[in-house]
Write a protein of this length. Structure first.
Length: 335
């Protein structure tokens, strides 16, 4: 009786040993199958990527992104032919083809958010590394897709370099075209930035370029008229520089013009109108200096006979601008 009782007590222990032994063996078999499947799939990484092979018993489930149906079929054939595999279960996703193929990069401060579509392969790493080299944090929200043109990867890396010079900045790629909008960072050479942004890699083109120079404060424009010459210096509203130069040439005909104006952002409202009024008044002087600092215009110089540009200027200056006049009248020679 005692021996029978001991035998009964030992049965659960023996069952536990058998159970845990079987579990351990199953886990090893599953780990080996998953490892072998991963090794087999590594040879077709150009056709299926982000691969994960998991085994349950002797069944192996393959997850990942397939570039094509042919690539998906090759992956399943490679796994199903492995020794010990019962079933190869296809849980891959076939990439959709997108047209147009669109990618967006949006920068605000040190952070860049990437949205849209990413072609398979090393694309995400290439763009991420290009942005990381510029010290930028990257949030990648792209989705894998087919349909990118040949120049897309190089154009995306190019757009990343341009975003590095902007803050804020937005770059949009649509197939092989680039649109770039934003504001140049302080210290960035605005002229060089525009030239570079308009020169994308071969096979691509820039179709929109709306980039403002960095804002300056105070915003100061100056013009000096003396001895038959006019010198323009300081900051000019970047969108109206051409108009300002043309007006100066028209009002000061026969005068040699020296142009050292720099395009800048951050001009007060109606600053170009203030410049136009100031240059018109300056043209009525024998010689003089015009300085506009934010919303204060100062005109210093010598009037021409019978002219009173200060009175006219007070009427034409945009609302909200202050005016300082220091004008002299030439002495009239007595007979």
């Amino acid at each position: 009786m005692l021996q029978t009782l001991k035998g009964l007590i030992g049965l659960p222990i023996l069952a536990g040993i058998i159970y845990f032994g079987a579990q351990s063996l199953t886990a090893k078999v599953e780990a080996d199958l998953a490892e072998n499947a991963g090794r087999a799939l590594s040879g077709i990484r150009d056709e299926i990527f982000n691969v994960n092979a998991q085994a349950s018993g002797r069944d192996v489930t393959v997850e990942g992104f397939a570039v094509s149906q042919a690539g998906r079929d090759r992956a399943m054939t490679a796994v199903s032919g492995l020794p010990g595999v019962g079933r190869a279960i296809d849980a891959t996703r076939l990439l959709e083809t997108r047209k147009p193929f669109v990618l967006g990069l949006q920068r605000q401060g040190p952070r860049v958010v990437i949205t849209g579509s990413a072609p398979p392969g090393q694309f995400r790493d290439q763009v991420g590394q290009a942005l990381a080299k510029l010290g930028l944090e990257v949030e990648d929200r792209t989705e894998w897709a087919n349909g990118a043109p040949e120049a897309f990867a190089s154009l995306a890396v190019f757009a990343s370099s341009q975003i590095g010079a902007l803050d804020p900045g937005v770059a949009k790629l649509s197939d092989a075209t680039l649109s770039l909008r934003g504001e140049a960072r302080p210290g960035v050479d605005y002229g060089k930035l525009l030239v570079a942004a308009a020169s994308p890699p071969a096979g691509a083109k820039t179709v929109e370029l709306e980039v403002a120079p960095a804002p300056v404060s105070p915003f100061v424009f100056s013009a000096k008229l003396s001895s038959g010459s006019l010198r323009l210096e300081g900051a000019g509203p970047y969108k109206e520089l051409g108009q300002i130069r043309a007006l100066a040439a028209d009002l000061c005909q026969g005068t040699a013009i020296s142009d050292a104006l720099a395009p800048a952002g951050g001009a007060p409202r109606e600053f170009s109108a203030a410049i136009a009024a100031g240059i018109r008044a300056l043209a009525e002087l024998r010689q003089g200096d015009l300085i506009i600092s934010d919303r204060l215009l100062t005109l210093v110089g010598e009037r021409k006979p019978a002219s009173n540009p200060g009175e006219w200027l007070a009427l034409k200056l945009p609302q909200g601008y202050g005016l300082v006049l220091r004008l002299t009248t030439p002495a009239v020679a007595t007979p």
